[in-house]
Design a protein. Structure first.
Length: 320
């Protein structure tokens, strides 16, 4: 069986040592250095949680020196980033995940997995995960059921076909988990290279503006050509859980807390501030029940504003 290696990407904006570009920020403007500290603390906790289950974790970056100063305990690897990402584009730093795929394609002895920083390992690895690695079968995380209530199948398919005619399967893989051997990532990278120029031309028109669109288009192309893949979410290798309101039907936390990797996209501050230990789950469940998890003074006005905006958009479409 190949060596299992977990990685995350933390891309620091080139030409600045006081600013960083979050891999998932939806703004073209880089956040301040305090935000970079948030990410490195999360990486440190993720590393400790994976180590507790016997796995190695490395943060891939373009600036080891800066990250080492902020979080000395991190295992870092500086790699080459060559993708020509237009300046000022939404999710600028996230697009360099494509260069990570190219790096994985050179790791001939490994089964490489790219996971997001805002995750934590809370249980032993599932047997199905190990079996997939043993058989060199790629894994992804199918979140189609979470995307349809938000965007709808027609919009997702039409968007991807703006730059990739083969992407018509209507499924959506989450960007927080993807794994495979070097051959899989080489194929994935090559497919993305064929469509990236057109993608950048139409990116502003897309519902989802980020590396996930490129990855999903390429994954669907590979699936249609017979590439076997396994949905890691179906056996609990990874679960995305929102501690806020969602448009999709989400299971209660007790039903998902047996997973291997828990992705908490709405709880980045909690992940950074909470040192990982054997009581992490209890701390998170307490957090979910606290006022921090549901601050009505802060959240309800935001929800009302968002719903008002959505209603206005629908009315404008009807008038057209």
């Amino acid at each position: 069986m190949k060596n299992i290696q977990f990685y995350s990407l933390l891309y620091v904006q080139e030409g600045s040592e006081t600013l960083a570009q979050n891999f998932g920020a939806n703004s073209s403007k880089p956040p301040k250095i305090k935000d970079l500290e948030l990410y490195t603390k999360s990486c440190s906790n993720l590393a400790k949680s994976l180590k507790a289950q016997g796995f190695n974790y490395t943060v891939l970056t373009n600036n080891c020196e800066l990250l080492q100063k902020i979080q000395p305990d991190l295992q870092l690897k500086e790699i080459e980033f060559s993708l020509n990402v237009p300046k000022g584009i939404s999710f600028y730093g996230a697009h360099f995940k494509i260069d990570v795929y190219k790096y994985f394609a050179r790791q001939k002895d490994d089964y490489s997995l790219l996971i997001d920083i805002d995750e934590i390992c809370i249980n032993p690895v599932p047997a199905n995960f190990l079996q997939a690695v043993k058989n060199n079968i790629p894994m992804f995380y199918d979140v189609t059921d979470q995307m349809y209530p938000d965007a709808g199948r027609e919009r997702l398919v039409n968007d991807l076909q703006l730059f990739c005619s083969e992407a018509d399967l209507g499924l959506w893989a989450g960007g927080e988990f993807i794994g495979g051997d070097w051959q899989f990532f080489d194929s994935l990278y090559q497919e993305i290279c064929k469509i990236s120029d057109r993608y950048f031309e139409v990116q502003k028109e897309l519902f989802h503006k980020g590396d996930e669109s490129l990855t999903n288009a390429a994954l669907q192309t590979l699936l249609k050509r017979g590439q076997p893949m396994i949905n890691a979410g179906c056996f609990g290798a990874v679960i995305r859980y929102w501690s806020c309101d969602t448009k999709h039907c989400q299971k209660l936390f007790p039903a998902v807390k047996d997973c291997f990797l828990l992705h908490l996209p709405a709880d980045k501050y909690f992940l950074a501030a909470t040192a990982f230990d054997g009581s992490f789950l209890q701390k998170y469940e307490k957090y979910l029940q606290s006022e921090k998890s549901f601050n009505t003074k802060e959240r309800l006005p935001r929800l009302f504003l968002q719903r008002a905006k959505n209603k206005i958009r629908r009315l404008l479409k009807l008038k057209k």
